[in-house]
Design a protein around this ligand. Structure first.
Ligand code: SME
Length: 166
């Protein structure tokens, strides 16, 4: 059986890696309508395609974020609105890039190996429905390039909500 995902070569720069990965992710989810199956594959493709330390989502459930599909070490299960990077992204309804987690007031350390982080809200009907959280074991990993390509993926995930509502 051929590999389902071609891991981008280390010789590529970051933008080129995303450019190799994103069409593969779109192809992976295209023929499947199950939301959790697609989400799980997107997360695994990001974790192994980009070699991140931790990739996962939190679902907004009542007044908390609750852990969903992820790849990486065991993580905190629940996060309160406005707390940590994830709770802050939910409250501010915007992407947050944290170059050094030790310098983010209230950062929630699920693993001492996590050094920098990007957190993106995923919307359903203009409300935050989920949070995509990506951690790196290096400082200063994430920038506007990550934000650009990852927001393309959060928009793809948002279309699942649209599809589910049809
Ligand atoms: N660091 C996050 C918590 C989630 S873990 O990193 C998986 C935060 O401060 O919200």
């Amino acid at each position: 059986m051929p590999e389902i995902l071609n891991i981008p070569s280390d010789t590529l720069d970051k933008a080129e890696k995303y450019q190799s990965l994103i069409p593969q992710i779109k192809a992976l989810v295209e023929g499947e309508k199950d939301f959790i199956a697609n989400l799980s594959n997107i997360i695994a493709a990001l974790k192994f395609g980009m070699n991140f330390f931790w990739v996962g989502v939190y679902f907004v459930k009542e007044n908390e974020l609750v852990l969903g599909p992820f790849q990486g070490p065991v993580a905190c299960t629940r996060i309160t609105y406005g707390k940590g990077v994830c709770g802050t992204s939910w409250m501010q309804k915007k992407t947050i890039i944290v170059p050094d987690v030790d310098k983010f007031p209230g950062h929630i350390a699920c693993s001492s190996e996590s050094k920098s982080e990007i957190v993106l809200p995923i919307f359903n009907n203009h409300e935050v429905a989920m949070i995509l959280d990506i951690d790196s074991s290096e400082l200063n990993t994430f920038d506007a390039i990550d934000q650009h390509y990852l927001e393309e993926l959060t928009k793809l995930i948002e279309t699942f909500f649209y599809r589910a509502s049809l």
